[in-house]
Design a protein around this ligand. Structure first.
Ligand SMILES: Nc1ncnc2c1ncn2[C@@H]1O[C@H](COP(=O)(O)OP(=O)(O)O)[C@@H](O)[C@H]1O
Ligand SMILES: [Mg+2]
Length: 258
């Protein structure tokens, strides 16, 4: 159910996801990335490269974690060094981006396989400078992420909603996603520029609450995901696998369109 291995892996890695989305001409914030070994052996070079590329504040993230763990805003070089040292406990790949200081966060889900559609948009509500682990999971302890504060539909213009849905559909296609994902956006309030922040796949998000307003219950959503999974399996079964030139023996070349 959900994305295949490659698509899941791309979305799991914030660096690979940025390359894929940017390569498809979709809007992501600029970034600088490095490995933990590079940090441990060339700390000054890493800091210099970040400072050459961005003004403070910047935001440091482990590339493949989530739930805001290890993410911190740095307003100067000392904070940056400290935050990278903390984040490097959680991953071997690290990413730094400019911090959007006045931002609106919007999330939109995409559901589909051969035909895809975008959900209603939501605005998650942060209590501090960014959406923390506490904002996401500890607002209503028995309900986990479901208990997080959010506004549905997001209080943004019809034009921005349409743009976000359009970018969501293009992003889903760009990473080869399938099933359901939740795509998170940052809007810079100073410029109105929309940036894709990340694509959350199963098991990170199933985003059923974004489909309920469209009349899709959580049970129907799971049934639909299963249908897509069977359909994808059948589709994959039509692909021929085997060794080298012998593969062609199984293809009826004469019947193919010229
Ligand atoms: N470039 C940025 N500028 C400002 N805030 C950001 C930026 N990137 C992330 N954030 C904040 O940090 C939160 C967590 O970051 P995110 O990239 O979504 O990581 P995670 O995978 O842990 O959810 C976001 O929901 C947002 O509040
Ligand atoms: Mg997130």
């Amino acid at each position: 159910m959900g994305c295949d291995v490659i698509s899941s892996a791309i979305c799991r890695d914030k660096i690979l996801a940025k390359y894929a989305l940017r390569g498809a001409g979709l809007p992501v914030l600029d970034f600088y990335w490095f490995t933990r070994v590079e940090w441990e052996t060339h700390e000054i070079d890493v800091i210099n490269s970040i400072e050459e590329k961005f003004n403070y504040p910047v935001i440091v993230k482990p590339a493949r974690l989530g739930s805001s763990i290890g993410i911190a805003i740095s307003k100067n070089a000392d904070e940056l060094k400290f935050n990278i040292s903390v984040a490097s406990n959680f991953d071997t790949r690290l990413i730094v981006e400019p911090c959007v200081q006045e931002k609106t966060e919007i999330n939109c889900s995409v559901l589909g396989y051969k035909n895809i559609r975008a959900s209603v948009c939501e605005q998650p509500i942060a209590s501090g400078e960014f959406l923390s682990f506490e904002d996401k999971y500890l607002q209503n302890k028995s309900r986990g992420f479901e208990g997080a504060k959010r506004i549905i539909p997001a209080p943004i213009s019809d034009e921005t909603t349409a743009k976000i849905k359009e970018i969501s559909l293009s992003s889903f296609k760009a990473v080869g996603a399938r099933g359901v994902v939740r795509i998170d956006f940052l809007i810079d309030q100073r410029t109105n520029q929309i940036y894709i922040n990340e694509i959350n796949t199963i098991p990170g998000s199933i985003a059923y609450y974004l489909w309920e307003p469209a009349g899709v219950s959580k049970y129907e959503l799971v049934d639909t995901l299963l249908e897509y999974a069977f359909d994808a399996f059948n589709e994959k079964s039509r692909t021929k696998f085997g060794a080298g030139p012998l593969l062609l023996q199984d293809v009826d070349l004469l019947s193919l369109k010229k």
